[in-house]
Design a protein around this ligand. Structure first.
Ligand code: SF4
Length: 427
């Protein structure tokens, strides 16, 4: 039985708000104040249904999940009006201010518990933004209810979400953003909306080599095939390619890229110096650099930082620029191939700015992140699926992904171990 927190008899509890209503299960997830969804969760049992916003969210393919932090904190509906006392949302969370109801009863615990419950839900659903009812002591985005008056500032839940890097928007801001970003793949509002019926087949050739096929376009990443003990395909296996993405110039990543490009005409996309290296050897190239993005016919590519080296080492050593990772939009999904890298804190920024569907992360240790650091990277990046790579190729690398799988047990990210030569479909 739910605790009534000392409210007078006759106050009821309600938890109806906390079930997903939107039936669009393919798009990104947004948390929505339950009262905006039309649920009678306000202190007096009313709602503030935002019909135009709901229509825009549905029209943009955005899955919205209604939440009422005050109910999630255990408060009943109807309930006495509450407001912040002695500070704003941040001060309440820091224990320097309180929430009281109109009878002077302290409701701080329920408000903080509700904010934490909403944050937990946001993490589980990997929600990147929330649309909240402005003016509320819980949900207020720009204005909140303090000392019985509406004042500038954030409510307790809005503060908690914003602190986690989840963008909080008032209904009018969300509506404007959706309208402005219609048809724009990768925008914050329409983050990576999935096209109806799309699916990307990912085949793993061991080490860091993946072949991605969305039915219309094919992209190969780090094609180390010759000399790769786990590769089930050779350079001659690839005929019809749109692009070859190469993260850096080491032989176990550049691999057979030049030969494949020369034979198939596929364009090598790589950091400038590495692209120039490949071009001098007759390959078809498109140079880019870290932070830059470009939309190609097959999809959009953005280069990210990677902490590693990059040189072609043969009889001598030829500098091939900075190593990189790739963000790749293909077939309505967003892939992140980290390249060879150490763990770095900017992965949190990459995760905040992009709704990553599939992350390919090195776990082999010695030259790159090991399993524990890679698990931390997953926490930063927040992908839907993570695929371990760069293990077992050489004696000095970790020989299996077991430690990585173990480190992510109990989290909501699915670890997909693709066998060498195996294919996994993502949709
Ligand atoms: S503003 Fe927030 S806390 Fe208040 S009823 Fe709406 S969802 Fe619940």
């Amino acid at each position: 039985m739910q605790e009534k927190h000392g409210f007078p008899d006759g106050y009821a509890t309600a938890s109806e708000a906390h079930r997903p209503l939107s039936t669009n299960r393919a798009g990104p997830v947004v948390l929505l104040s339950a009262c905006l969804a039309g649920l009678p969760t306000r202190y007096d049992g009313s709602h503030r249904r935002a019909g135009e916003l709901l229509g825009a969210l549905d029209g943009a393919g955005i899955r919205w999940v209604p939440v009422c932090p005050e109910q999630l904190g255990g408060l009943p509906t109807p309930r006495p009006a509450c407001w912040l006392a002695g500070g704003g949302g941040p001060e309440v969370l820091e224990g320097r201010a309180r929430v009281v109801d109109e009878h002077g009863v302290d409701r701080t615990g329920a408000f903080v518990a509700g904010a934490r419950a909403v944050l937990g839900l946001a993490r589980r659903l990997r929600a990147r933004w929330a649309v909240l009812q402005d003016g509320s002591p819980s949900c207020g985005v720009h204005r909140t209810h303090r000392d019985a008056t509406k004042v500038p500032g954030r409510g307790v839940t809005a503060t908690c979400l914003a602190h986690e890097g989840i963008e909080v928007l008032a209904p009018s801001e969300a509506l404007a953003r959706i309208r402005a970003s219609e048809n724009e793949v990768g925008s914050p509002a329409g983050r990576n909306p999935q096209k109806e019926g799309t699916m990307v087949k990912v085949t793993y050739q061991g080490h860091a080599c993946f072949h991605l096929d969305d039915g219309a376009h094919r992209v190969l990443i780090d094609p180390f095939l010759t000399g790769n003990p786990h590769a089930q395909a050779g350079p001659e296996s690839f005929e019809d390619l749109d692009a070859i993405l190469v993260t850096h110039g080491h032989g176990d990543h550049l691999g057979d890229a030049v030969e494949i490009s020369k034979r198939t005409g596929a364009i090598i996309v790589a950091p400038f110096e590495l692209a120039a290296f490949c071009q001098r050897r007759g390959a078809n190239v498109h140079p880019m650099h870290i932070g830059g993005s470009r939309r190609f016919e097959f999809g959009r590519v953005k280069l990210t930082i990677a902490h590693h080296g990059s040189a072609f080492v043969d009889k001598g050593t030829e500098y091939t620029g900075n190593p990189c990772g790739f963000l790749l939009e293909l077939g309505g999904l967003l892939f992140y191939h980290a390249g060879d890298t150490a763990l770095f804190y900017d992965m949190k920024l990459i995760g905040e700015m992009n709704r990553i569907d599939v992350a390919f992360l090195p776990i082999g240790d010695n030259f790159t992140m090991g399993p524990e650091d890679a698990a931390k990277a997953v926490e930063f990046l927040r992908p839907r699926w993570v695929v371990p790579m760069h293990y077992g190729t050489f004696d000095v690398l970790e020989q299996s992904p077991e430690g990585f799988v173990e480190a992510l047990e109990g989290t909501d990210v699915e670890v997909v171990v693709i066998p060498f030569g195996g294919t996994r479909e993502f949709r």
